[in-house]
Design a protein around this ligand. Structure first.
Ligand code: SAH
Ligand code: SF4
Length: 343
């Protein structure tokens, strides 16, 4: 029998498993409390009878992660972790310090199958989805290792969160559980390359999170060239979904736009962007491209970025330029894992 991931279960689900095992319901809360404290072995759960610990070991497992590498930026307080999962796979996560507290960028998959041309994560495809418990463990491990409390998270690490929908949903519901990390939805940003069907599915849950949509181009030819997903869900369908999502949830969409020299950074592109975003409750975040050694793409010049931003502002678009934290430690995701795999 395949072991069940105990940590990804809700208290109610755990309770029903225990009921099947004829174990009293109050044990579920005891077990949950150990899990929330980061215990990864039933044998360490001191208030459970020995016999029960044995039975739990036969039915469940508790996924854990270990820190394989930790890099601390000398320029800012950014910390980058390379974590190893139980099956030996590696994922990255980055802790960032802002004036309002610590924010953590989490991975949702080992690799990614979306194959965007500018991204290091997608270069070797997707190895597997992360479990909800493995997303949670990234936060718990960073908090206890670095001695900080994470108050907001961004799902912008390795992987496409909406391509791992069921585990993602489970994780989002776990975030607010009593006794857990207690991160409210308003402190969650979820970044997607634009899986339109899943955007509609997510909308049904009416989460108060921030949806970040990696747009990067408004012209279908340019976007399809950068992001293969655009062939499945072209810009018009994506923007329609975003507009409905913003209206339904009342939450402003954040459009991510990585500036690639000579590809998507002309003033013409900025004008097209502004025209197509008119009327959508949104914000545009310009990102200086992080150059990936294996890729030929270059970052747009500061001058080009400034001009692009000015065009958008003039046309009434709300726009910011993303701060690049931890640039001395390759803090953009996907790069550290690749370096390790090569070693
Ligand atoms: N798969 C999701 C989330 C992970 S990628 C998505 O694509 O949105 C997180 C963000 O990093 C996305 O906006 C992605 O477009 C961006 N990104 C990927 N590679 C990058 C690079 N080399 N430079 C700048 N941004 C990059
Ligand atoms: Fe996947 Fe996002 Fe990278 Fe595209 S940018 S390959 S969707 S992780």
């Amino acid at each position: 029998m395949e072991l069940i991931d105990c940590k990804s279960l809700t208290l109610e689900e755990l309770g029903s498993h225990l009921a099947e095992m004829e174990v009293p319901a109050y044990r579920a809360a005891q077990i949950r409390s150990w899990l929330d404290r980061g215990v990864t072995n039933f044998d360490d759960m001191g208030n459970l009878p020995l016999k029960l610990r044995g039975e739990l070991n036969k039915r469940f497992h508790i996924p854990s992660i270990r820190i394989k590498k930790k890099l601390v930026s000398e320029r800012d307080y950014t910390v980058k972790y390379l974590y190893t999962l139980d099956d030996g796979e590696n994922v990255e996560s980055v802790l960032m310090k802002y004036h309002h507290g610590w924010s953590q960028c989490l991975s949702t998959q080992v690799g990614c199958k979306m194959g965007c041309t500018f991204c290091a994560t997608g270069m070797d495809g997707c190895v597997r989805n992360l479990l909800a418990s493995e997303m949670m463990a990234q936060i718990e491990t960073a908090q206890s290792d670095h001695g900080v409390r994470v108050s907001s998270i961004v799902l912008m690490g390795m992987g496409e969160p909406l391509d791992n929908f069921d585990n993602l949903l489970r994780f989002l519901y776990m975030l607010g559980q009593p006794g857990g990390v207690q991160i409210g939805m308003r402190h969650v940003s979820l970044s997607t390359c634009g899986l339109v069907d899943k955007i509609y599915k997510l909308m049904e849950h009416k989460f108060q999170l921030t949806l970040s949509v990696s747009l990067h181009a408004l012209n279908d030819n340019i976007r399809s060239q950068m992001m293969p997903i655009n062939k499945r869900w072209p810009v018009s369908e994506l923007l329609k979904a975003c507009s409905i999502y913003a209206k339904t949830t009342g939450r402003r969409i954040s459009f991510e736009y990585a500036m690639v020299d000579g590809v998507n950074d002309s003033d013409e592109c900025a004008r097209e962007l502004a025209a197509r975003l008119k009327g959508i409750l949104c914000h545009v975040n310009l990102i200086p491209l992080n150059t990936v050694p294996e890729k030929q793409l270059r970052r747009s010049s500061d001058k080009r970025l400034g001009s692009f931003k000015a065009v958008l502002e003039k046309l009434g678009i709300n726009v910011t330029v993303r701060r690049t934290l931890g640039s001395d430690i390759n803090a953009s995701c996907g790069q550290l894992r690749r370096m390790k795999e090569k070693e």
